[in-house]
Design a binder for this molecule. Structure first.
Ligand SMILES: Cc1cc2nc3c(=O)[nH]c(=O)nc-3n(C[C@H](O)[C@H](O)[C@H](O)COP(=O)(O)OP(=O)(O)OC[C@H]3O[C@@H](n4cnc5c(N)ncnc54)[C@H](O)[C@@H]3O)c2cc1C
Length: 229
């Protein structure tokens, strides 16, 4: 956490393979809104950085026999031998008061590159487990996190009774299973539904909504309410 007189900091982890995408424009809009609100903003662009999303045996030194990923994560934290790329991203994560995950919804979830970032960087022994517990006892308690994403489906299709079903159902595994699991206070997600089906005017208006929503997040410390959309 930042000290009371220091500027708050945000880490935006962005996952879209096209820099000219609407999702990327949405991320840039959010980053600027945070800067305008006095945040120091760190953007981690996973595709631009060619992030390797798979958690593999080779990233751990001296693994013998049956490979147990979480046991190796704990050992690497204890011995200070975490993979350099993972350690660098973990340091950036731990330095941020606010985490923003920016992505297009793929298969009702995160793109694989972003899920793989969570697999590798939410390290057992560093952000939960070991000296830390889970949820309220995890390491990132006191920090906030939020999802910023686009969908192909319309807002109506994600309502209860809609063709896809309630958005809340799809976000539970991210909100509860990833973010709250490591201690974050989860904020309302900022979602642009059906960006590819909008006209230019509608997309400009959607970016205004993103700007205003992020501005509210920057100046409001409440957690999320029950309803998402
Ligand atoms: C593998 C896969 C799985 C998927 N699964 C799902 C799913 O489960 N559920 C679901 O709902 N959808 C799903 N989708 C669809 C996906 O969510 C949408 O295609 C995506 O969210 C659209 O956002 P985009 O940024 O990629 O759009 P883009 O096509 O990149 O952008 C839309 C338009 O916005 C324009 N634009 C870019 N910048 C700006 C700007 N600054 N101002 C105005 N306009 C701008 C672009 O030029 C483009 O014309 C899936 C897609 C894939 C590839």
């Amino acid at each position: 956490m930042s000290t009371p007189d220091a500027a708050p900091s945000a880490l935006i982890v962005h996952a879209h393979p096209e820099p000219a995408s609407f999702t990327s424009a949405q991320m840039a809009t959010a980053a600027q809104a945070l800067r305008d609100a006095g945040y120091r903003v760190d953007v981690l662009d996973l595709y631009a950085d060619a992030w390797a999303p798979t958690l593999v045996r080779d990233e751990f030194a001296g693994v013998e026999g049956h490979f147990k990923p979480q046991a190796e994560q704990m050992r690497a934290v204890r011995d200070g031998t975490l993979d350099a790329a993972v350690q660098a991203h973990l340091d950036r994560l731990l330095a941020a008061d606010l985490l923003v995950l920016s992505f297009p919804m793929w298969w009702f979830s995160l793109p694989a590159i972003l899920k793989g970032w969570v697999d590798r960087v939410f390290v057992m022994g560093a952000v939960f487990g070991g000296d830390h517990g889970l949820f309220e006892d995890a390491a990132l308690v006191g920090k906030r996190a939020m999802l910023l994403f686009t969908t192909g489906g319309s807002r109506e299709s994600f309502r209860p009774g809609g063709a896809f079903g309630p958005m809340d159902d799809f976000l539970f595994h991210i909100h509860r299973g990833m973010l709250e699991f490591v201690g974050y206070q989860v904020l309302d997600p900022v979602v642009t539904y059906g960006a590819a089906h909008m006209n230019d005017q509608e997309r400009a208006a959607a970016l205004d909504v993103v700007r205003e929503s992020v501005k509210r997040v920057a100046t409001d410390s409440r957690s999320r309410d029950v309803s998402l959309v």
